[in-house]
Design a protein around this ligand. Structure first.
Ligand code: NAD
Ligand code: DAU
Length: 350
């Protein structure tokens, strides 16, 4: 039986991971430490709270004294660090929050985990969840990012994630803490906060509101269904070598405009009525420093740990659209409060 400390488990990927883990390994204990920022939502964990093997702690990964108490109370053998500020657009307007949580928070968590590992928790391992954005931007004919691609982050978000990856690496080389790092491509699926492209487009389209496309819409992202990301992390925890990094990605490159058109057609089929949703597409001012293309080579994870995505994109996107259609209360709550202010500031209208 394992005891996992999952940070950021009330966010999009973290909540999917907590659900995945408790279902797959019902005997394991999962402690979810989350500060409940605007992106943290306990509704993402509805049904999980009743599980005796689950504990929620509201708290900040920058809080060293809280972490000390937590590591004293629980013998943690696995830390999975999802907690982060995760939205590129917000990192452009408020970079300080990204430096704090992503860099200082990862440092504080590493220190706490290393202390526990030197003391009562000698089996403690630290898996750091990172992103493909640390590798920078690809040209149209460049090969996908491998684990050997040099880091070249371009946004405050990716720079702060790159810094955190370097700290994790240093805690392995200098102190010997058994660490693992995963660098994943764009995720999609249930419980994603509607500031991100896919849920934003689904929700706006349902209300016949403009679908904002930055620049020429030809930027490329490599999309992975969130459950396949969770399975990738599971594979790395099961068989990954300490100190190694593993890329996780879908081999599934799409331009933004194609993905938005695809979502529109899916909605036209699932919710017929009114005009074609594609008529709502609106090109707007580009994101500053907008990376042109990301693509992941996940060959190392596939070869060494026998991982492969289970979901075809065509299947995953329909499942995702259906999930948002079937959860109107979740959608309503996610879009209330702070989100409306953010949306007005970012897009200049309600
Ligand atoms: P998210 O923004 O949906 O969730 C982040 C969670 O972290 C929230 O629950 C928030 O409350 C919590 N949090 C923020 N600051 C905290 C702090 N100081 N202390 C404790 N908790 C805090 O993010 P996500 O999309 O689920 O991403 C999770 C992780 O995966 C991030 O580290 C991100 O960099 C990485 N990642 C995301 C993607 C993607 O496509 N979304 C892809 C690759 C990697
Ligand atoms: O690549 C992994 C990363 O993917 C993660 O590390 C980040 O946490 C996650 O937010 C995501 O970053 P992106 O910037 O790629 O995701 P986002 O959904 O914000 O945007 C996807 C693409 O769509 C990007 O090229 C910008 C564009 N876009 C986005 C929004 C919100 C638009 O054209 N219009 C929009 O309104």
């Amino acid at each position: 039986m394992k005891t996992l400390l999952v940070t950021g488990g009330a966010g999009f990927i973290g909540a999917n991971f907590v659900r995945y883990w408790l279902e797959r390994y019902p005997g394991d204990r999962v402690i979810n430490l989350d500060a409940l920022t605007y992106a943290g939502n306990l509704e993402n964990l509805k049904g999980v709270e009743a599980n005796d093997n689950y504990r929620f702690v509201r708290g900040d990964i920058c809080d060293a004294s809280l972490l000390r108490t937590l590591f004293d109370e629980e013998v943690v053998d696995t830390v999975v660090n999802f907690a982060a500020e995760s939205h590129v657009d917000r990192s452009i307007t408020d970079p300080g929050a990204f430096v704090r949580t992503n860099i200082e928070g990862t440092f504080t968590l590493l220190e706490a985990a290393a202390n526990a590992w030197r003391g009562d928790a000698p089996d403690c391992r630290f898996l750091h969840v990172s992103t493909d954005e640390v590798y920078g931007s690809l040209g149209p004919d460049d090969p996908p990012f491998t684990e050997r691609t040099p880091y070249a982050p371009n946004s405050p978000y990716s720079a702060s994630k790159a810094a955190s990856d370097h700290l994790v690496r240093a805690w392995f080389h200098t102190y010997g803490l058994p660490v693992l790092t995963t660098n994943c491509s764009n995720n999609y699926g249930p419980y994603q906060f509607p500031e991100k492209l896919i849920p934003l487009v689904i929700m706006n389209a349902l209300e016949d509101r403009p679908l904002p496309i930055y620049g020429d819409g030809k930027n490329v992202r490599d999309w992975l269904y969130v459950e396949d990301h969770c399975r990738g992390i599971d594979a790395v925890l099961a068989g990954g070598r300490a100190g190694e990094t593993y890329n996780i990605g879908g081999c599934n490159e799409w331009t933004n405009i194609d993905i938005v058109a695809r979502i529109c057609r899916t909605l036209d089929e699932l919710r017929p009525g009114g005009g074609p949703k594609e008529d709502l597409i609106t090109y707007i001012k580009d994101r500053p420093g907008h990376d042109r293309r990301y693509a992941i080579d996940a060959g190392k994870l596939m070869r060494e740990l026998d991982w492969a995505p289970l979901y075809q994109f065509e299947q995953g996107i329909v499942k995702t659209v259906q999930w948002y259609l079937e959860h109107p209360a979740w959608v309503e709550h996610a879009r209330s409060g702070d989100y409306r202010n953010y949306y007005r500031q970012q897009y200049g209208h309600n």
